[in-house]
Write a protein that binds this ligand. Structure first.
Ligand SMILES: [Mn+2]
Length: 357
């Protein structure tokens, strides 16, 4: 198994590459979507996006895809710090809103997504993580929810505010959209939209040598903001895999989100999908509770026995990457970095213990 580190777009700089390396990471997952609008304002030290009702910011305005040159430039900078670029996480909503919404530009957008995946493959990046979701992250609040009053994220009720037209996945892609809200469709209709996407994309991904990795819905509720969710119980991951049998259709396996689900058992779920070799990489984090009442906590204080998870992964010969995903912020001058360093140290030690058993 490999220890990696995830960085948001505004964090892609020399200092954080060094920090990741110093924490023991060998591989990076990067976000290229500007969730926080940092291209326009210089906000610093932002934590994970929590899914505010009015969204995070504007999506890339043009729907333009990332070029091979752009990707190679970022990759070579990362390599110069002794790290590998393993994965990119998330499409910009402006690239695929009509694929999610079954809108008029769906055909054009799916062709653009295919070209993006070809570019990712041409740049030698092996994995592309995504979340097939209309509302995206939602319903979460920030507060002193982790040990010692560490600032973290929690949920205590479902946000039922409809998504306004022109917004999807928490980002505005059209400021001039007609008044009204995104229509509430059935789960079946959402699965039809997903099957269109995955069956179009996997042959291209296979040819490009890229693995598509699906994140479950966070939070895993059947409906959020008056829209259906795709993967909100552990079995739905199997349905997703079965929708397109391909070495390029795998999972961005989020332990925290899976443990928040009301059905199933997190260890059996790890066993099931790692045995199938369907896990592309893992969000290795901990939580307390189940939807709609849970909180994100430190890696060693939650409901999940993380060493048990590692033992199951070892038994099934999982060779992929683990990243901390989110962590509570620690009280000091660098709350996010301290939280991440704590998680990384724990992960390195836990992995050493299990690998030496
Ligand atoms: Mn996650």
């Amino acid at each position: 198994m490999k220890i990696g580190f995830g960085l948001y777009k505004h964090m892609l700089n020399a200092e954080n590459y060094k920090f990741a390396k110093q924490c023991g990471a060998t591989h990076l997952v990067i976000h290229l979507v500007d969730y926080f609008g940092t291209d326009n304002n210089s906000k610093e030290n932002l934590n994970q996006p929590i899914g505010a009702v009015d969204g995070w910011g504007e999506a890339g305005k043009t729907g333009e895809i990332w070029s091979v040159e752009q990707l190679l430039q970022i990759k070579s900078e990362i390599n110069s710090f002794g790290l590998e670029l393993e994965a990119i996480e998330n499409f910009d909503p402006s690239m695929w809103y009509d694929v999610l919404l079954d809108g008029p530009r769906k055909r054009e957008q799916i062709e653009n997504l295919k070209q993006l995946i070809r570019n990712v493959g041409a740049a030698g990046i092996k994995v592309f993580g995504y979340n097939f979701s209309l509302a995206g992250v939602s319903s979460r609040i920030e507060g002193e929810f982790a040990r010692g009053g560490a600032i973290s994220v929690a949920m205590n009720k479902v946000d039922e505010t409809p998504i306004p037209n022109g917004m999807v996945w928490n980002m505005v892609y059209d400021k001039n959209a007609p008044k009204g809200n995104v229509e509430c469709v059935s789960h079946e209709e959402l699965w039809n939209r997903f099957r269109f996407f995955i069956n179009e994309i996997t042959p291209v991904a296979e040819e490009a040598g890229v693995v598509m990795a699906a994140h479950p819905d966070d939070p895993p509720m059947p409906f959020v903001r008056n829209t259906p969710r795709l993967v909100y119980q552990p079995d739905m991951y199997q349905k997703l895999i079965n929708s397109a049998i391909s070495p390029s259709n795998k999972l961005e396996f989020c332990l925290g989100t899976i443990a928040e689900m009301t059905e199933g058992n997190v260890y059996e779920t790890v066993d099931q999908y790692s045995k199938q070799d369907n896990i592309a990489y893992i969000h290795f984090r901990n939580i307390i509770g189940k939807v709609p009442n849970y909180r994100e906590v430190f890696i060693d204080e939650g409901d999940i026995d993380m060493l048990n998870v590692l033992r199951i992964l070892k038994k099934n010969n999982f060779k992929g990457m683990l990243i901390p995903d989110h962590t509570p912020q620690m009280s000091c001058d660098a709350p996010w970095h301290a939280g991440m360093a704590y998680a990384m140290g724990y992960m390195a030690a836990a992995l050493k213990i299990v690998e030496n058993e």
